[in-house]
Write a protein that binds this ligand. Structure first.
Ligand code: ATR
Length: 272
């Protein structure tokens, strides 16, 4: 029997065990997936233990995505570029290879929800770790026009420089030219908070039919998405990104792509 895990701190809230175990069951795969609470200072020991005990692979979540890199034998070039790993695969020779499926997970989810829209101008709001991963993935998948707006413009400029193309903006500039974008992605940590000033920018100029995505999935409808929905945007919740980052990891481990649409229905039920 194969086994897999997710390591992080905190970990109790993770939906990954439910998701992967459901897929194993649906696909008749004799495997199990468990959450393991690992604190920062325990990471090295935990990786050694996972290796010793024969885990076939595992996911890595906050706060270990960067610090696990030196503990692995090989890093996929995209993960290397992002400076973060969320998926580890134990290869046949026992060595450990790190991947990052978060950014590609976002693009798969976007395309599953609204199709390919590579010609559309993309506005990314936020310039943290999540935005970086998604920006690289969008570029890799052929999205040609990527603008990044951030409260701290310098951080947006740094990502644009790494991409080698695109434009960095202030939140105010983005707000004023919102009508030129076909895809808008909310990737700040604001989606998580409640209370006043929950929107990083005003959506006054949002055009009907614009694709608006958020990376947060709990709540499923963030304040940003609720506001966009009122203005007849096409909504993409963060749940698809979560499901597809898992599906791509699953495929790295087992060479099969699980059913993501059925999983969407199941997880929406759970998040209600
Ligand atoms: P993650 O790794 O999840 O992307 P992060 O690296 O902490 O998290 O990035 C958080 C993002 O949310 C940043 O873009 C941050 O803007 P700054 O770079 O200017 O800090 C953005 N953010 C957080 N709180 C915000 C707020 N109140 N208004 C606007 N942007 C905010």
């Amino acid at each position: 029997k194969k086994w897999f895990a997710v390591i992080g701190d905190p970990i109790a809230h993770s939906k990954s065990p439910f998701m992967h175990n459901t897929w194993f069951h649906e696909m008749g795969i004799d495997a199990t997936y468990i959450p393991i609470h690992v604190k920062s200072e325990q990471l090295e020991e935990a990786v050694a233990a996972l290796k010793l005990l024969g885990a076939s692979g595992w996911n890595v979540t906050i706060p270990h995505k960067e610090s696990i890199i030196p503990l692995l034998d090989d890093i996929d070039p995209i993960a290397q570029k992002m400076g973060a790993v969320n998926t580890v695969v134990r290869l046949n020779d026992g060595s450990l290879k790190g991947y990052n499926t978060d950014g590609a997970g976002f693009v798969h989810a976007l395309e599953e929800a609204v199709g390919k829209n590579k010609e559309k101008k993309v506005l990314m709001i936020g310039a943290g770790g999540a935005s970086r991963g998604i920006a690289f993935a969008l570029q890799q998948y052929g999205y040609e026009q990527i603008h990044i707006a951030n409260r701290t413009v310098l951080k947006a400029e740094a990502i644009i420089q790494e991409l080698g193309e695109g434009i960095a903006l202030s939140l105010e500039q983005a707000e004023k030219q919102l009508n030129q974008y076909g895809i808008i992605i909310q990737a700040t940590s604001l989606g998580l908070s409640t209370g006043e000033n929950k929107l990083p920018i005003s959506l006054d100029l949002l055009q009907e039919g614009t694709i608006v995505a958020d990376i947060v999935y709990n709540p499923l409808m963030t304040p940003f998405l609720l506001e966009a929905e009122k203005r007849q945007a096409k909504i993409v919740t963060g749940l698809g990104m979560f499901i597809h980052q898992g599906a791509i990891a699953f495929n790295h481990w087992l060479g099969q792509y699980p059913n993501t649409e059925k999983m969407m229905e199941k997880l929406i039920e759970q998040l209600k």
